[in-house]
Design a protein around this ligand. Structure first.
Ligand SMILES: C[S@@+](CC[C@H](N)C(=O)[O-])C[C@H]1O[C@@H](n2cnc3c(N)ncnc32)[C@H](O)[C@@H]1O
Length: 272
């Protein structure tokens, strides 16, 4: 009886030790495939527009959405506190389930969120209804905002994790599209963008140089690496695998017209 009990204790101790050793080994073994899997997903979403939408749709359907957070992107909260912008119209570009839109609406902004996928928009509308605030959620392509009837004059544009997955061939259209609805002097926060060289074999992602070069009519105000502690838990490893950056841009004021009479109409003083 005593012998059986001691054998059981031995088995328990050995099992616990083996389990404890297996966890870090397993993690190490999985790190490569998991990172490659992430890069593979990003390669998928950078392919043709229709295919991308289906990929995103599938990811939302099965809940494979490591970017999704219950609350706003912490860098958005920080930027709003730092910039102290007067509230106006805000556009949440590729809004997903609307956490950033809701936060902005709660801060008094008149918010429009745009996404091409149905499911996150349904979730976003449900969340908005639950808290009784009304951001407008519109389904459509952010590279063709002119087709969506969302108006213009946006003084704050937020893109948390959308631009870096837009295929290279559509990026100029993205810039033209968001510029067409942005007020002169408006602020664009391009948050949580994967940097291209960090993506193994992928073409997506975005570098600081690309942001500075591609955003015609915008001034790149800040570019900063994302701190490791600001990712949602579900995506916390991503920061070990990829460089992730936040960018802040400012829409240049309209060029003065020849007569000078309409110059600066509707603009604000440059932001701090
Ligand atoms: C990485 S998710 C980020 C979602 C959200 N901003 C967040 O922080 O949770 C990127 C989102 O952009 C959307 N998206 C990508 N390309 C788009 C496009 N061309 N037009 C509209 N939405 C797009 C996707 O459907 C997805 O919801």
């Amino acid at each position: 009886m005593a012998g059986r009990r001691s054998r059981r204790r031995h088995t328990l101790v050995l099992g616990t030790l083996a389990g404890a050793a297996a966890i870090p080994i397993g993690r190490r073994l999985l790190r490569g495939p998991a990172r490659d899997g992430m890069a593979w997903l990003y390669r998928l979403v950078e392919t043709g527009e229709r295919y991308r939408r289906q990929v995103y749709q599938g990811m939302y359907l099965v809940g494979l959405t490591p970017w999704d957070r219950p609350g706003p992107n912490p860098r958005l909260v920080q930027a709003l506190a730092e910039l102290a912008l007067p509230v106006g119209r805000a556009l949440d570009i590729g809004c997903g389930t609307g956490s950033n839109s809701l936060y902005l609406a709660q801060q008094g902004w008149d918010v429009t969120g745009v996404d091409m996928v149905t499911k996150p928009l349904t979730i976003a509308r449900g969340k908005a209804q639950a808290v009784g605030i009304p951001p407008r959620f519109v389904q459509g392509d952010v590279t063709r905002l002119g087709d969506l009837g969302i108006g213009g004059g946006y003084t704050l544009l937020v893109d948390s994790g959308c631009f870096h997955t837009i295929p290279m061939g559509q990026r100029d259209a993205y810039v033209a599209s968001i510029s067409s609805v942005a007020a002169p002097g408006s602020t664009l926060l391009l948050l949580s963008q994967f940097a291209r060289p960090a993506l193994r074999g992928g073409k997506s992602g975005v570098t600081r140089d690309e942001v500075a070069r591609r955003f015609n009519g915008w001034e790149l105000v800040t570019a900063e690496p994302m701190p490791t502690d600001s990712l949602p838990d579900s995506a916390v490893r991503a920061v070990e695998w990829f460089d992730i950056w936040h960018y802040q841009l400012r829409r240049r004021p309209a060029e003065p017209s020849r007569s000078g009479s309409e110059a600066m109409t509707g603009t604000r003083a440059p932001l701090a």
